[in-house]
Design a protein around this ligand. Structure first.
Ligand code: SF4
Ligand code: SF4
Length: 264
């Protein structure tokens, strides 16, 4: 068995629903990593406004020895909404992903004698854009709802990555584009009309990539407004010490790829 397959098998045995390998060189020049530093305040947390500051920032400064990325996906079905309920410290789903990565890292180093590097979820703390890496690893494509769409679970997955210090053949991208023949239900269901038109930052920006939302028609500020409302609603409807926050997933659940896969 090749080293890539062995790594994927370890990740799956540890609980990953899907796993694949991306090349680090391709991740470094993937769409989100290219446009992020051109986005100014729209980039949100972690935006480097001064290009010169980049060298002092952990942003996208992974060691040159990193050659590959393991990307894992964890199924997040409709009947387990609690997986992404924010409880003040994190979410159960993310904790599960971190456990899978921790076990997988340990076993790769011990059994395959290959150096791995665990990374933070946030890009400003050394993480990478997971959806870009997942596409390159062959887990799926970017949908018009600006989420990763996987053939088996649609957008109902959550992602995490592990850096690997050895060259491994990538397992993607794959030929998969369910949005091409879709009536684009995701954009019609959004309560904030966040996918109705390009936000101004993308109107002026020329790039060849597929983010956000494939044609730029995704406004994160509007989606964030929904998140703020979700936070307020959770606080009002919860009597506990720390309100559990239930975020909007309308554009995720309406997508027929997740439904077709029997994940209703
Ligand atoms: S609802 Fe249709 S257009 Fe939207 S992400 Fe799913 S397949 Fe693509
Ligand atoms: S999560 Fe909700 S508010 Fe955000 S884009 Fe999807 S449907 Fe719209």
């Amino acid at each position: 068995m090749g080293i890539g397959n062995a790594i994927i098998e370890i990740a799956m045995e540890n609980g990953a629903t899907l796993a694949g390998i991306a090349g680090m060189d391709a991740v470094r020049v993937s769409p989100s990593h290219i446009i992020y530093n051109k986005m100014g305040d729209y980039g949100g947390v972690g935006t480097v406004k001064d290009e010169a500051a980049l060298s002092d920032s952990p942003l996208f400064n992974w060691p040159d020895t990193v050659k590959s990325v393991l990307v894992i996906a964890l199924s997040h079905p409709k009947d387990k909404p609690e997986l992404d309920w924010w409880d003040g410290k994190g979410t159960p789903g993310n904790r599960q992903l971190m456990d899978i990565i921790k076990q997988t890292s340990r076993q790769i180093e011990r059994n395959l004698n290959v150096k791995t590097r665990k990374i933070h979820y946030y890009v400003e703390k050394g993480g990478l854009f997971l959806k870009d890496a997942a596409v390159l690893a062959g887990l799926g494509c970017i949908g018009k709802n600006n989420m990763l769409l996987t053939p088996s679970h649609g957008p109902r997955v959550r992602l995490r990555a592990l850096l690997i210090d050895t060259e491994i053949s990538p397992t993607g991208p794959i030929d998969f584009d369910p949005c091409a023949d879709c009536k684009v239900f995701c954009r019609r269901v959004c309560p904030e009309n966040a996918m109705d038109e390009k936000s101004s930052i993308f109107k002026s920006m020329e790039f060849d990539g597929c983010l956000p939302g494939r044609d730029g028609a995704y406004n994160r500020d509007l989606c964030n407004m929904r998140m703020e409302k979700d936070i307020t609603d959770s606080a009002e409807n919860n009597t506990g010490k720390q309100p559990v926050i239930k975020y909007c997933r309308k554009c995720e659940f309406i997508c027929p790829v997740g439904k077709k896969a029997g994940r209703e």
